[in-house]
Design a protein around this ligand. Structure first.
Ligand code: GDP
Length: 452
């Protein structure tokens, strides 16, 4: 059976946890795990929210306890539920405002890796406004105004839960981070691609390992660099072209580009005797558009002239020519002597790490709040764009989802500001990073939730 993602509902007594639980799980009491003695202090059930399926844990069982012994037991329950969950809904009573116990719970939650979604319950009408504002002081991000009783705010809740619930599929894909580095080498004809592949594999190397056919005309050639497994994606049969007569038939750029589909990291090979040309930038753009991690290598460094100026010139031209990424790793190599290949491989592995990186939602949103405080989003036509929350939905390439109101009006320049921040301040370096915008109401344009 597929393991469903787990969402915990936490909060002090009487904030409405059970009402929310019932709303999510529905009336199917048969599914509610309420066996005495086994799960006395919590209920579990299968929840359905606009097509999202998950398990929900309600930590409501301590409601009847003696108030004096409450915090200790509650802390245990809360921490256990949060540790087991993929995300937690922290409910408070927006009408009653923030109580010392709410503040204490927030303190328990501060160290956790589990994403916390702050939910201001009983927020129907205006009576909850003050409590919602107060809740910013908990340091857990923006609250979702909600009414479990009236079913208001369900669309917001859906939008915030969706990335955590749907992320499950991605996690399997993340597991092969430690697998062989899938590396493709692309570049214009004569840049030295065949020479480089043959140098890596050893000129008279006997192919012993299995060569996995990816498609009819592409193979993954196993190689090892400093004990680390690599698969060289050889789409255009470059490896076989060591023989002189094969070299007469020149391969087109497109032949090599097919390898990009199968690669994690792509090396764009430049020819030092030719410099960086427009076509190279087009190849680089293609690699980035495909979401692959890019490393640039200047080949034929052994015969390069005026090296310092050449290197700096290429660096500058790459910086100006590639709109989507800054600071792509650049190394100089010689496919003939083998010099620089180690640096190239180091850069390739490091780039794959960044490409596979996942930040916790807590870390991401701490950065996010500081970033929007430093430089608040604009207000087109006097209407404020409200940015609420960010989550990393995927890796390889890293992809982020930004939730807020009127986010579709967020200018490109501001999106770039956020993307640059993610790259520079959260350790994603020069890999392509994606950002999609979502308004909580988007999935239900016709929904009844017309707050905001
Ligand atoms: P491909 O079309 O990109 O596969 O390029 P090739 O590997 O066929 O290389 C084109 C030419 O450049 C050949 O004559 C190679 O010997 C030469 N070449 C490749 N790498 C180097 C290098 O690092 N230094 C020098 N001096 N020549 C190189």
């Amino acid at each position: 059976m597929v393991r469903l993602p787990v969402i915990a509902i936490i909060g002090r007594p009487n904030v409405g946890k059970s009402t929310l639980f019932n709303r999510l799980v529905g009336k199917k009491l048969a599914l509610v795990d309420d066996r005495p003695g086994v799960t006395r202090d919590r209920r579990e059930g299968e929840a359905h929210l606009f097509g999202l399926d998950f398990r929900v844990i309600d930590t409501a069982g301590y409601e009847d306890e003696d108030p004096k012994s409450l915090p200790g037991r509650m802390r245990q329950q809360t921490e256990r539920a949060v540790a087991e969950a993929d995300a937690a809904l922290f409910l408070f009573d927006a009408r009653a405002g923030i109580t010392p116990l709410d503040e204490e719970i927030a303190r328990w939650l501060r160290g956790t890796e589990t994403p916390i979604i702050l939910v201001g319950n009983k927020a129907e009408g205006k009576a909850g406004e003050a409590g919602l504002y107060e809740s910013y002081g908990l340091g857990l991000g923006d609250p979702v105004p909600f009414s479990a009783e009236h079913g208001e705010g369900m669309a917001d809740l859906f939008a915030l839960l969706q990335p955590h619930v749907e992320r499950e599929d991605e996690e399997e894909a993340d597991e092969d981070e430690g697998g062989p580095l899938k590396l493709a080498i692309v570049g214009r004809p004569n840049a030295g691609k065949s020479t480089l592949i043959n140098k890596m594999l050893g000129d008279d190397r006997l192919i012993t390992g299995p060569e996995a056919g990816i498609t009819r005309d592409s193979i993954a050639v196993p190689w090892e660099w400093q004990g680390r497994p690599v698969e060289l994606i050889d789409t255009a049969g470059m490896r076989k072209r060591a023989k002189v007569q094969d070299k007469l038939e020149k391969l087109s750029v497109a032949d090599g580009l097919r390898a990009v589909d199968f690669a994690e990291v792509v090396v764009l090979l430049l020819d030092a005797t030719k410099g960086l040309e427009f076509q190279d930038l087009k190849i680089a753009d293609h690699v980035i558009d495909e979401g692959r991690a890019l490393v640039v290598a200047v080949n034929k460094w052994d015969v390069a002239e005026d090296r310092k100026a050449l290197f700096e010139g290429i660096e500058t031209a790459l910086g100006e020519g590639l709109a989507q990424v800054r600071g792509v790793p650049l190394v100089s190599i010689s496919a003939v002597t083998g010099k620089g290949i180690d640096q190239l491989m180091e850069a390739a592995f490091a780039t794959r790490d960044a490409w596979s990186r996942r930040v916790t939602t807590g870390e991401l949103n701490r950065w996010f709040r500081a970033a929007i405080e430093r430089n608040p989003p604009p207000a087109p036509k006097g209407k404020r764009i409200k940015l609420r929350y960010m989550t990393q939905a995927r890796t390889r390439p890293p992809s982020f989802v930004l939730f807020g109101t009127r986010v579709d009006q967020l200018p490109m320049s501001y999106q770039r500001y956020l993307l640059n921040g993610i790259r520079n301040e959260l350790g994603f370096g020069a890999v392509p990073v994606r950002l999609t915008m979502r308004s909580p109401r988007n999935p239900y344009k016709d929904g009844k939730d017309d707050r905001q």
